[in-house]
Structure formats: C-alpha cells, structure tokens
Design a protein around this ligand. Sequence first.
Ligand SMILES: [Zn+2]
Length: 414
Amino acid sequence: MNVLLGDTTGQVPSLPPSSPWYGNQEIEILREYLRIPTVHPNINYEPCVTFLKKQATSLGLPVAVHYPVNAQNPVVVITWTGTQPSLPSIMLNSHTDVVPVYEQYWTHPPFAADVDSQGRIFARGTQDTKALGMIHLAGLRKLKLEGVQPKRTIHVTFTPDEELGGFNGMAGFVTSNAFKNMNVGYALDEGGVSSSNTIGIFYDERCPWQIEFTFNGATGHASLLLENTAGERLNYVVNKFMEMRKAEVNKAKSNVPLGKVTSINLTILQGGVQANVVPPQFKAVFDVRLSVDVNHATFENQINQWCQEAGGGITVNYIIKTPKAPASRTDSTNPLWSVIETTARDFNITVVPSILVGATDMRFLRKENISGFGFSPIINTPLLVHDNDEFVGATEYLNAITFFSKVLGNLFKI
Ligand SMILES: [Zn+2]
C-alpha cells in the first residue's frame, strides 16, 4: 500500500507471528540494513547504496550518491527540500561502515540481525551507527505521514570510512562542491547510546594526533659506550611523554571529565638489528588525544623543545594532526540545542553537554563552522560500541524513533 511505509523487499527472515514485533516495518528496515556486511577491511558499499536508494524512493525523496575521494567510498544524501530552501540546511549524519568482529565471541551471527525473545536485535553496527541512520529516516517517514513540511531543507547523509578516520568519506566530502551546495548550517551526528534516561550530547571532541618520531644516532659495537645514540634520544623523549601521561592519569583519577584529559599512549616501537649492534635508528609512535583545553601551538613547541634537549637528530612526522575546531554552543542562542533540550524534557530525558573522548565525522563539520552535536536518541541500553554481541532493543529502538521524530518535528520549525 502506501509507499511511505518503507521498503523491506530485501529478504529479511521474518519474525514468528507470536513476536510482539512481527511485521513491524521499522524493525524490518533496520534488520535489512544490519544484514548488509559493510565491515572493514575492503568494504563493498554498493549493496548498501542500493538499500539506501530504495529507502529514499519509498519516502518519495530524491537521493544523490557522491564519491568525493574515490570510487570505493560513496556518500549517500537523501534530501527533503524545505519551504524556505535559501535558509542554511539541517544535516542528519551517520556512517555506513562498521568495525570487524570476533565472531567466535558472539552468541548470534553478527550480520544476521537475529531478534531474541526480549526483543534484542543483535548485529555489528546496531549502536555504531546503523540504528541512528534508520532513526533519521524513520523520523522523516513519520513527519511525511503527518503531512508537515520542514522550513529548512533536511539532508540525511550516510558516510563511508568513518571507522578508519573518515579521510575517504566526510573529510573529502566537506571540501566538495556538492557539500557546499547543500548550504549546511546545523548538523546532528553520532553520539553514544545511554544506559539511563540521561543523554550526553557531544558539543566538542578531543583532537587526535598521531606522532611518529625517528631517532637517529651513533652506531657501532655494543661493547662501546658511544655517545649520542638513538637509544638515549628515544629514552629522553619517551620519558617526557610518560611524565606528561602520569599527570593526565592523575587528572582522570581526580574525576576531571575525560574530555578535559589528554590521553597519551606509546603505540609503536621499532628498531635494532642484532643484540650486539648499537642501531643508528629507532622509531616510536605516540597516539595522543588532546584535551579541548590544550593549546596546540604550545604542545607542538613543547615536543620540539624535548627533541632539542634530547640532542637533536630526531625527525617528527605527524601521521594525524587534527586542528582545533570551534565547539558548538549549548545555550539558548543555539536553536539546535534548545530544540533538543526542550523536547527531551517532554520525554523525561535529561541532556548533558559533553565532550567526546574519541573522534567522529563531526570534527570535519565543525571545522567548516557548522554548529552540530553528537546525539543518539537511544536510551536504557548498555553501551556495546565495537563490543561483542552489540545489540539494540526493539522497544528502545521504537521509543528512540518516537523521541527523535518529535525533535525533528520541532527542528522543522526553526
Ligand atoms: Zn561510529
């Protein structure tokens, strides 16, 4: 019948008629999406693109597929043009890729989207972020059926490659003409599911830096006491990082919010050829997630100073060096914030401004001065992002759709 009910013609094993969710269209659409194994590495996104195109058609909305970086990484955009299309638009983003699984630790196959008797839908990507993507579409569907129109144009976007840093997805997309033409003013992207009825809304993120040091020095027989060896230089710099790390650990222990703590980890050490040869070179890589309070220039100067103090002969290569982007405002001057906060109150949900300790595609949007939040409307759900037996409950999922469509309905008016 009505095309707006969504399209689930792709072979999803049906639930038993005794199931409370038997025949539920939203559950079926989600399950179909979950069954597409967009799992790293070497993802073939085309079945996913086909699925999303089908959803757009069922909603009666136009869909565009962009390949901003290469032919393997599609960005899908479903658009509902507003009554005032010249206003900056609202973007609802999620990513289509998911992280690998250790299948032997799962009690259900990770790409089957099995539903157990409690209504738990098991699949990789339920929480990160396939349910969110389908909630965005379900919100549109509900509002279409209610016959309302958005004032601003709404773009529902699906990006690839987020789990590898988004460099083949959102990072390239935000610099494209296709993106510029979307005239995005506000954005919602992934947040974390909440185990209670309090939702952390991410208004800022720590900045990931990955720093590779190459320490060069004197080489020779290991029976000698050579000076200026690569090992001494490595030792000096590593010690400085570890001292800094200790201070950050103490901050975390004294309950400073993790977004305001810098994480520092030595992740790679390389070098040496034989036990009795002093090697001319060692390499070390640090993964650092800079707290929102850190001044990036000061931190970089500090690193350069340590390298000098260590005696020089050190090259520094930034594998990743995320620039600082403006935080999004969480007060009444930001209509996006106000809508989420007031709508949540009607649902007896508390929203708390939070800093994300990881990184999402949102950082690329903030860099373009787009005001946005990491926001998941799913509550009462244990956080199992990247974990075994990742699931979302059918009831919690449908409640999240109800909540989100109210948020979206209110965003239609701003
Ligand atoms: Zn994610």
